[in-house]
Ligand binder design. Structure first.
Ligand SMILES: Nc1ncnc2c1ncn2[C@@H]1O[C@H](COP(=O)(O)OP(=O)(O)OP(=O)(O)O)[C@@H](O)[C@H]1O
Ligand SMILES: [Mg+2]
Length: 506
């Protein structure tokens, strides 16, 4: 008996953009019922490959077979018809439509010839959300009002509202907490048990071990390894394939003498926001990195935004270098030297139509303008230096930022804050979507800035990152600090216990 053909086989796929060959003869083979992981550094071509698979990009050359038969995917609808659903890295939901409308957007009429509408749409959406373990999301809510994690779930619901055979997830865990990742993996487990195939992209190698069956590694648009066993291939080998060198997941050394005695640079005194977080006190000395650990919804990002003045506090104040700031006033915060690298980069931070240079320099324009003229040479030079420090690719800051890969866009926003020279740096999920190689570089830069006398307040859902990078850690649960300790006295299990304790899910 002839063996079953693979569910999907892509061969010799190439795709070029002006000046970049994003894919250079890539092969990918996926079997029904497997989790096939796609790994590679920022800009390696992962998202481009899955956009070809989703019918969103047309390849320049190459062939695609679906269950043994050659197919051409001229549009996303064509891919959808075959049963290929994609959850993109940059979620493509419509913010001003409801959850149910988003889930049913672009659907073909039902068998009876009617598009699912109104009540029926809400009912079927509610059923999907229950299946995904999120019955609390109201199908009638506007998507724009949901958290990033909830939007992710809506995107999943939309994928599952079709009859899927292959579901592609481009960094789905980047916006999720550990317990939400567990929930995601449960869903993936259910899907593969039903014979659905999953293509899974993530920069977190431990996830690949947990749920992956096989791994394909991309480097500079080429597949450098195809279908390696996910569980038994040593991490060292995978990282070496991705980066072409041996990178350790290392954190920079902490200073031997912790900043003490000196006046704190940042003081948060009794700061609270009703319904978001309880009165909070914390101090950060120059040279110190303080980490906030907690689940999504524990108030982490809200705290940073309130310190930054983007939200008005109910009580309390922020003091920088001994001077109290006008509450709820971003301009006062910026003038005092506070910088915030926000969590939702696309919406809050990036100028999508502008070059990388302008995105990096936009907060420091006064440095580059003289008598109303912008010194473009100086602007470009400074942007180039800041982006090199984070090994941003491509190494040409004149290109439009929208053409950068997700992780590289992230680095551009961070470069902006490095260039601006703030004294107090608030970092919200700084490594979301950043590859293992670049992470180590980013950590080194943050530590160096602290060594130069900055005060850094760091929020991350990756507990090892908070523990590895911060000097001191505040653990938050439901808007309240439940524990404070030097990072070296904590470990991951202890922190997870602290953030979950008493939460209904545990
Ligand atoms: N629309 C576009 N126009 C020009 N260049 C593009 C476009 N889309 C992607 N590229 C380039 O193609 C290359 C591959 O990008 P891609 O988004 O596939 O990377 P990735 O592996 O998904 O990276 P990440 O981990 O950062 O998400 C990059 O050099 C990127 O700058
Ligand atoms: Mg990508």
């Amino acid at each position: 008996m002839a063996p079953e053909p693979p569910l999907l086989s892509m061969s010799g796929i190439t795709k070029s953009f002006p000046g970049v060959r994003a894919l250079d003869g890539v092969d990918l083979e996926v079997q029904a019922g497997e989790v096939h992981c796609l790994l590679g550094q920022n800009g390696a071509g992962k998202s481009t490959l899955i956009k070809v698979l989703a019918g969103a990009h047309q390849p320049d050359t190459g062939r695609l077979r679906w269950r043994g038969e050659e197919v051409t995917l001229r549009s996303p609808i064509a891919a959808m018809r075959l049963g290929i659903a994609t959850i993109y890295q940059e979620l493509d939901l419509v913010e001003h439509l409801s959850v149910a409308e988003n889930v049913h957007l672009g659907h073909e009429p039902t068998a009876a010839g009617f598009v699912v509408r109104g009540k029926a749409a809400r009912r079927s959406t509610a059923a999907l959300l229950r299946r995904l373990g999120h019955p609390e999301i109201d199908p009638a809510r506007l998507v724009g009002e949901l958290s990033a994690a909830q939007q992710q779930i809506v995107s999943m619901a939309r994928a599952l509202s079709h009859d899927v055979r292959l579901i592609v997830m481009d960094e789905p865990s980047a916006a999720l907490d550990p317990d939400e990742v567990d929930n995601l993996f449960r869903i993936v487990g259910d899907l593969i048990a039903e014979g659905v195939a999953v293509v899974y992209i993530s920069h977190r190698l431990e996830e690949i071990r947990r749920i992956g069956d096989r791994v394909t590694v991309l480097k500079d648009g080429r597949a450098v390894a195809v279908g390696l066993p996910a569980k038994s291939t040593p991490t060292r080998e995978v990282v070496a394939l991705m980066t072409g060198r041996n990178v350790e997941y290392v954190f920079p050394d902490r200073p031997t003498a912790p900043a003490k005695g000196e006046r704190p640079l940042l003081e948060v005194q009794g700061l609270s926001r009703q319904g978001e977080f309880d009165p909070l006190d914390l101090v950060v000395h120059p040279g110190e990195i303080v980490g906030l650990a907690g689940l999504v919804g524990s108030g982490r990002s809200e705290i940073l935004e309130t310190v930054y003045g983007a939200r008005k506090p109910t009580t309390g104040q922020v003091v920088v270098d001994g001077k109290a700031l006008k509450p709820g006033n971003v301009r006062a915060a910026v003038r005092a030297g506070i910088g915030l690298a926000p969590e939702e980069r696309k919406a809050q931070a990036l100028l999508m139509l502008e070059s990388v240079t302008r995105n990096v320099s936009v907060s420091s324009m006064s440095r580059f303008s003289r008598a109303g003229w912008i010194d473009r040479g100086a602007e470009l030079g400074a942007a180039r230096a800041a982006t090199r420090e984070l090994s941003l690719r491509p190494d040409n800051p004149s290109v439009p930022i929208r053409t950068l890969s997700g992780g590289n866009q992230q680095k551009a926003v961070l470069a902006r804050w490095l260039l601006r020279g703030c004294r107090v740096l608030l970092l919200d999920e700084p490594t979301r979507g950043v590859d293992v190689g670049a992470r180590a570089e980013l950590y080194a830069v943050v530590r160096r800035l602290a060594d130069e006398g900055l005060a850094v307040l760091l929020v991350s859902s990756e507990v090892p990152e908070v523990l590895g990078l911060a000097d001191r850690v505040l653990v938050l649960r439901e808007g309240r600090v439940v524990h404070t300790a030097p990072a070296r006295e904590l470990d991951e299990h202890r922190v997870l216990d602290l953030v979950m304790e008493g939460s209904p899910a545990s």
